[in-house]
Design a protein around this ligand. Structure first.
Ligand code: ATP
Ligand code: MG
Length: 425
């Protein structure tokens, strides 16, 4: 036998039972964003590598070691997108959607990062994200957080996720703070792990979100960014907190929340859960007022978030908030074989035409009635439409109720739609 070719490590198939769950989640997400008046944007999965280097930052985990980068046949360096924001900004600039305008956008789709696969962490994963351009007040930050809270409510997990908040201040305030942090870290260098010592030089704020307990102990007493904010950022954060208080959304200020991408300023937030082990961040976002300019556009403020759909679905599944597919069909059409196939097709099409929401499954592959009824039962259908020899001869159809035990009836084919309409009210 030929060897089987396997899927790529960390890139998962989504089989029918799983895809049913994904559809539930996607539908809810779409409904909620629509309820806030946001529009969808779709961008390609592949972009020029420079886009990600320039936006995410050269000394970040993503750019240093997680990108799927390759040369195409023209020797251009391309990268499978590791996140969605950079492409939104690129597209917004390219099509003139941003400068002096207000845009409320969302996207959903696969992202790619070369990470060690484990529960909640994959090499192809999916994000649902929202980006707002052209609004700079805390009111829009609050709107995004209200929206995410509504997601949790819609999914029935409002009590399982907690909001963490921080402010990264202005670039200037952050640069000043950076110096203070570096001198503090330098004084405790012997207690830092190798990774943090390296980061202390390249991207010292990332030391704050180290997962190493010893580093965390050092960081606990480090100077806090929130004590070094510029006045505008301080007022922005206060304004956001007031709006969250007024909306009854509780939060915790997490001094170590700095986010892994370089482009953030002011507000950053994460929704975290205890129910997923180490991969506890379900949704993360913040303000990135400088990115549009950094990518060649005119100054446009922006704020957004992204959620990891695999983690969300894992969480919902763990908490029993997703339905299993009970059936694939409502109506199963079967008959006496070759001679009835054309009529069966015709009746099934008529039902689909008149009642587009009904799922109508035609029996295929022949076999006796016993086999056909077995399939009908397995499909989960409520009703079987039977077109046997007699029915053919008299332009009739027999309706058998597969779940209720009610007597089957034989009616004229012309009456079928009315009959089904009455049954499936
Ligand atoms: P982490 O600290 O877990 O690596 P991150 O800071 O790299 O997360 P972001 O870039 O902020 O993550 O992406 C937003 C969300 O996307 C994360 O909060 C998480 O839910 C999800 N996510 C990120 N990387 C992965 C991955 N490799 N597999 C599955 N989900 C992911
Ligand atoms: Mg990461």
């Amino acid at each position: 036998m030929a060897t089987q070719i396997q899927a790529i490590r960390g890139m998962n198939d989504c089989l029918p039972e799983e895809s049913f769950k994904w559809q539930q989640v996607e539908n809810t997400l779409r409904q909620v964003v629509a309820a806030y008046g946001y529009s969808e944007i779709r961008t390609p999965i592949v972009e020029n590598t420079a886009l990600f280097k320039r936006s995410i930052g050269e000394v970040t985990d993503i750019v240093e070691k997680e990108m799927y980068t390759f040369s195409d046949r023209n020797d251009e360096s391309l990268t499978l997108r590791p996140e969605g924001t950079a492409a939104c900004v690129r597209a917004g600039n390219e099509h003139g959607l941003l400068y002096n305008q207000e845009q409320r956008l969302w996207y959903m789709g696969p992202m790619f990062r070369y990470e060690r696969p484990q529960k909640g962490r994959y090499r192809q994963f999916h994000q649902f994200g929202v980006e707002v351009f052209g609004l700079d007040g805390p009111d829009i930050d609050a709107e995004l957080i209200l929206m995410t809270a509504r997601f949790w409510k819609a999914f029935g997990i409002r009590d399982q996720v907690k909001l963490q908040l921080n402010s990264l201040g202005s670039n200037e305030a952050r640069a000043n703070y950076r110096e203070k942090l570096v001198s503090y870290l330098a004084a405790h260098e012997d207690q830092l792990d190798e990774d943090s010592r390296r980061r202390m030089q390249t991207n010292p704020l990332r030391v704050l979100d180290s997962k190493d307990p010893k580093v965390q102990a050092v960081v606990a007493d480090a100077p806090k960014l929130i004590d070094h904010l510029d006045d505008e950022s301080k007022a922005h954060l206060d304004g956001l907190c007031q709006l969250l208080d007024a909306a009854g959304i509780s939060y915790e200020i997490n001094h170590c929340l700095v986010r892994g991408l370089d482009y953030y300023n002011r507000t950053v937030f994460e929704w975290v859960t205890d129910s997923l082990g180490a991969q506890g961040t379900v949704c993360a976002g913040g303000r990135y007022d400088g990115l549009v300019e950094q990518l060649g556009g005119r100054h446009t403020t922006a704020v957004g978030f992204a959620m990891g759909m695999e983690r969300l679905i894992l969480l919902l599944d763990t908490l029993g908030q997703l339905h299993q597919a009970a059936s694939t069909a409502d109506v199963y059409v079967l008959g006496s074989g070759d001679s009835s196939t054309a009529v069966a097709n015709q009746l099934a099409e008529a039902v689909r035409e008149a009642m587009p929401k009904l799922r109508v499954l035609n029996h295929r592959g022949g076999g006796n009635f016993k086999k056909q009824f077995k399939r009908a039962d397995k499909s989960g259908a409520q009703v079987a439409l039977i077109i046997g020899e007699d029915e053919m001869a008299h332009s009739q159809v027999t309706i058998k109720y597969l779940r209720t035990g009610a007597d089957q009836v034989t009616i004229s084919q012309a009456q079928l739609i009315d009959h089904l309409r009455e049954y499936f009210v």
